[in-house]
Design a protein around this ligand. Structure first.
Ligand SMILES: *Cc1c(COP(=O)(O)O)cnc(C)c1O
Length: 363
């Protein structure tokens, strides 16, 4: 739509990133984590594009997300529910052909009792040192000692999750690897899944048989070891909705926090915190126009924010001009840094109001 704030999602770059991650993890296979609507980018477009690229394993967080995606993917695509199942939802999950990640002995018992006639597929998660989801090491040992607990379960693989993979030198990575090596020895017949995006770059000890990247598919740089191997997937362009020139001493925005130190040329742009622009970018972040940095001035409003356009020649910005919020001059990681947050939060906060354009996969 002419003049609308536009979120451009490059499916070709997405697929390039998938191939990069798959090659980095080979001979392990690469899944795709498409939870939270594929990190805000639209799982209904992202997951089928990755399927066509050869991906067959898809992870979401909630059963509801899996139910939405199931009809959009061919029968040979496997869909896993990372958060596990709430009691009473097992039948719904099994009927839809969705695979739960079982995170506790109780979830294993619930799933097993449903599958006694013919064992039902599941992933088993163990906690290797993050204390979030999965069997504790003691519970894992109990399960290994009492295999009857898995009577109605067909375990597809053992998995665990890394807490610190974005920092390759962190001691916690080595500690989790040691714990994981002990846990997987309890289940010598199971295939293994350990690495998220950052873990892919930690090397083969962390790969197992199936890696589970999320953020790196979407162009976030998950680790300093990733270098510049990943392509940006998202671009966000926002229109100017008003321009003005103000004299020194003028108060700008809510609370009058910002006082113009000199005459300034201002532009108000159509993006605010309701569109996922964090209030914390005030005073630090910027947008770009023709490569020129235009800092935010004053607080971020719900639907708009003011930028200092004084660095541009007069008249460069007018009603309807577009400025770049995410793009070649500002990656999702750079915007996240300016907001004291992470690229994951920038992506999953992207608002519903943007006009969305999906660039197709190149043949
Ligand atoms: C979200 C998630 C991932 C993907 O993590 P990224 O850091 O985005 O690659 C992988 N595994 C589990 C268990 C997760 O919760």
């Amino acid at each position: 739509m002419v003049g609308a704030a536009t979120l451009t999602i490059d499916l070709d770059a997405l697929c390039r990133n998938y191939r990069t991650l798959r090659d980095a993890a080979s001979p392990a296979a690469a899944a795709a984590v498409v939870k939270a609507d594929a990190y805000g980018l639209g799982a209904e477009r992202i997951a089928p594009a990755l399927y066509r690229e050869g991906c067959r394993d898809f992870f979401v967080a909630h059963l509801g997300e899996a139910l939405t995606l199931r009809p959009l993917l061919a029968a040979d695509a496997r869909l896993y529910v990372l958060n596990g199942l709430q009691p009473g939802t097992e039948m719904l999950c099994a009927d839809a052909g969705i695979i739960p990640v079982l995170n506790s002995l109780q979830q294993i018992a619930n799933w097993s009792s449903l599958g006694l006639a013919s064992p039902l597929p599941a992933a088993l998660q163990v906690d290797s040192g993050m204390s979030r989801l999965g069997l504790s090491p003691a519970e894992a040992r109990l399960l290994a000692a009492e295999p009857a607990r898995l009577a109605g379960v067909r375990p597809l693989f053992l998995m665990s999750h890394l807490a610190h993979a974005d920092q390759p030198a962190a001691q916690q990575n080595r500690d989790q690897l040691a714990s994981w090596d002990g846990l997987r020895a309890l289940f010598p017949d199971l295939r293994l899944s350990f690495a998220n995006s950052g873990g892919v770059f930690l090397g083969p000890d962390f790969h197992g048989d199936l890696v589970r990247p999320g953020i790196a598919l979407y162009g976030g740089v998950p680790s300093p070891l990733a270098g510049d191997t990943l392509s940006p997937v998202v671009r966000l362009d926002v229109p100017v909705i008003q321009t003005r020139t103000v004299p020194a001493g003028t108060l700008i925005g809510y609370g009058g926090d910002f006082v113009a130190p000199a005459e300034m040329r201002l532009a108000t742009i159509a993006g605010g915190y309701a569109d996922g622009l964090p209030r914390s970018v005030a005073g630090k972040g910027a947008v770009y126009h023709a490569g020129v940095r235009l800092p935010f001035v004053g607080r971020v409003s719900m639907d708009s924010v003011v930028v200092d356009a004084s660095a541009l020649p007069e008249g460069s910005l007018q009603l309807g001009s577009m400025v770049e919020l995410i793009g070649p001059h500002q990656t999702i990681d750079q915007l996240a840094d300016a907001a004291d947050t992470i690229a994951y939060e920038i992506l999953t906060s992207l608002g519903r109001r943007y006009h969305r354009v999906y660039l197709p996969v190149q043949q």
